[in-house]
Design a protein around this ligand. Structure first.
Ligand SMILES: Cc1cc2nc3c(=O)[nH]c(=O)nc-3n(C[C@H](O)[C@H](O)[C@H](O)COP(=O)(O)OP(=O)(O)OC[C@H]3O[C@@H](n4cnc5c(N)ncnc54)[C@H](O)[C@@H]3O)c2cc1C
Length: 329
């Protein structure tokens, strides 16, 4: 591993200053992704600023009925917090579907937002990868692309975002709070992660030196009726082939409101707004859910080894909506 300078921050402002002053400095939180990337030579920071002891781990109720989750809250703590469990079961389920107990105990909410793709070509410096080395090409387009994107990809990059938590946050319209050298700002969740386009090296719209301080979940009373479904090759220690976060407001057999987001299919957590349009106002039954699933995947494009993902995603959407919708009463 390349040598680097390590320092531990005791204040958010000092952490921001230290990282923004040095182009190749990075924050380190739980280290569960960053250290792997450093060991494989994908990330080569000259300085690590440890933010693990910053007072950013609180989970609190917001005045209007929402919840604020501090960026340093561990995934296991956030999953099991009563406010999250009661108000946003889809988020608890998404957290618990991720990684393993040990990793969830280390992984932070901020780090989960910033984790990088699990495309094997990205992790292997011997392979061409536009995300790791812009302009070098994409080995996945012509390679073994079974786990890759079917929505929103570009010829530059067909990697997918690996997070479970982020799929639930996309469905819940979360807001990411950040502190940077120029002050604080809020980023709506849909604007946080990027599609690859011609700049796949940029996963997010976070600027260098900006520190994620918290994630705000707006009040969404009907989120009590929600479900996260993750389909993967084995039951634990595995990333999603396809996942679905479904949140439904059902009354009198009709869908009054709906939120649907997909994981494992795109470079960012994918909000399925076409599906939501079909669902809203329609009868809460399997026929509606199938139409919604067709709409969600209508723009999908498969590569040589991942055609199966399109049908898998449709079936997962129907199942997640059926579970969230319950009896439809
Ligand atoms: C074996 C294994 C299996 C896994 N399986 C899953 C899975 O099934 N589902 C899933 O969702 N995830 C999975 N993960 C990924 C895991 O969730 C992430 O590694 C973890 O969430 C990253 O959090 P961290 O605190 O360890 O981040 P770190 O590794 O410390 O940091 C990751 C990145 O985030 C940046 N960063 C961290 N905190 C902040 C902040 N507050 N502001 C700005 N930047 C920040 C760092 O600079 C770094 O670039 C798995 C990981 C492993 C190792």
């Amino acid at each position: 591993m390349k040598p680097f300078v390590y320092s531990r921050a005791t204040e958010a402002a000092a952490a921001v200053r230290q990282v923004s002053n040095e182009r190749s400095a990075k924050f380190i939180a739980g280290g569960t992704n960053l250290l792997d990337l450093m060991k494989s030579g994908v990330e080569l920071p000259d300085r690590l600023v440890d933010i693990a002891r910053l007072p950013l781990a609180e989970i609190t109720a917001l005045p209007q009925g929402g919840v604020r989750i501090g960026a340093m809250a561990r995934n296991s703590t956030a999953a099991n917090h009563p406010l999250v469990r009661e108000r946003y079961p889809v988020l608890t389920q998404a957290f618990l579907a991720g990684a393993t107990g040990q990793i969830r105990n280390m992984a932070s909410v901020g780090g989960n937002l910033m984790q990088r793709t699990r495309c094997p070509y990205f992790y292997d410096p011997a392979m061409r990868c536009n995300k790791r080395e812009p302009g070098s090409g994409c080995s996945a387009v012509e390679g073994f692309n079974r786990i890759h994107a079917v929505l929103g990809a570009s010829e530059q990059c067909i990697a997918v975002h690996p997070s479970d938590m982020c799929v639930a946050l996309a469905a819940l319209d979360a807001v990411v709070r950040v502190q940077g050298p120029e002050g604080e700002r809020e980023i709506p969740f849909d604007d946080f992660h990027r599609l690859p386009g011609d700049t796949p090296q940029q996963d997010t719209n976070l600027r260098h030196g900006e520190l994620i301080t918290a994630v705000d979940l707006p009040a969404l009373p009907f989120a009590k009726r929600s479900h996260y479904l993750k389909v993967r090759d084995r039951a634990s220690y595995e990333f999603a082939l396809v996942s679905v976060a479904a949140v439904l407001d059902v009354s009198g057999g009709r869908v009054r409101d709906a939120r649907v987001a997909l994981g494992g299919v795109a470079h960012k957590p994918w909000r399925a707004r076409e599906a939501e349009k079909i669902l809203t106002g329609a009868r809460a039954n399997e026929e509606t859910y199938r139409k919604a699933a067709e709409a969600a995947l209508s723009g999908a494009r498969a590569y040589k080894h991942n055609t199966f993902k399109i049908e898998l995603a449709k079936r997962a959407i129907v199942r997640a909506l059926s579970t969230a919708g319950g009896s439809g009463a």
